[in-house]
Design a protein around this ligand. Structure first.
Ligand code: F6R
Length: 265
């Protein structure tokens, strides 16, 4: 795992956007896995600005989002589809038909969504880069603690803590769905590379487990320790409980030193 610690959340957003731009420069038709929530917002704003300035194009990009609530229409203001349209897709030059979420609108059997979503990801050639946030309880996507580390896209019941935290986005508590469809942990592990972003003190415990804890379904993000290419992009606050912090900084310095020898090639 590459643990990159930056001074604040702005630097995390800028670095995350830069990495996506670099990938799209190398592979303009890349398949991106995307997350919703508070964490990636600033990075999406940066990507929108980069796109407007012509620094990056999304014309040939395909995206797959991690998750969506069960029972919300696509145009529901609380749906992740609306979030993604508002925060990113309408701000960049992506073809809307290339943006996918595991939609489960009213009347759709939630059990049918997962296998179809997995097939669509496979048909697109798999995910090149999966962007992740992390829950305070260590969830990635909506893979809550005790999720199978081998899980695939499926229906998941949200924990009380996740519901409570996300209730701030719902005016009417009765309208908040209790279940979601989420990519599974094995789905995420299939991505060629993973970019996990976390900012703020409230993520420090989950980040400590992710990087330094034992692999366990109790902290689902720890499965990423078994992935070959993971970058954990965090700010100082989210890094504050890492026991081997000095080592990660040291690795960063060595990486920069090595890279500078090849700059300009
Ligand atoms: C969102 C998602 C979640 C969030 C996590 C952190 O699509 O899958 O795992 O990444 O709950 O959310 P924020 O960023 O709001 O703290």
């Amino acid at each position: 795992m590459d643990v990159v610690i930056l001074e604040n959340s702005d630097a995390v957003a800028a670095e995350g956007a830069q990495r996506i731009c670099t990938l799209l420069g190398e592979k303009p038709d890349a398949v991106l896995g995307l997350a919703t929530g508070r964490t990636p917002l600033a990075m999406y704003r940066q990507l929108a600005a980069d796109c407007k300035r012509g620094r990056v194009t999304f014309a040939d990009v395909t995206t797959f989002n991690l998750d969506e609530y069960v029972g919300l229409n696509a145009d529901d203001p609380q749906s992740y589809r609306r979030y993604m349209n508002r925060e990113l897709f309408e701000q960049i030059n992506i073809d809307p038909s290339n943006t996918k979420l595991p939609m489960c609108e009213p009347g759709v059997n939630p059990v049918s969504v997962g296998p179809r979503y997995e097939a669509a990801i496979r048909a697109a050639g798999g995910i090149d880069l999966q962007v992740l946030g992390i829950g305070q309880n260590g969830h990635i996507g909506f893979n809550e603690p005790t999720s199978s580390l081998n899980s695939r896209t499926r229906v998941k019941t949200l924990t009380r803590e996740t519901l409570e935290r996300n209730s701030q986005y719902f005016d009417d508590a009765d309208g908040q769905p209790l279940i979601a469809v989420t990519m599974g942990i094995a789905t995420i592990m299939d991505a060629t590379a993973v970019l996990l972003l976390a900012t703020g003190q409230d993520k420090a415990a989950a980040i400590q487990q992710l990087v330094e804890g034992p692999v366990s379904a109790m902290w689902p993000a720890t499965a990423l320790q078994l992935h070959e290419t993971v970058t954990v992009l965090i700010d100082d606050a989210a890094a504050s409980r890492l026991e081997k912090r000095a080592y990660y900084d040291w690795v960063g310095q060595q990486r920069q030193r090595l890279q500078s020898q090849f700059d300009g090639e």
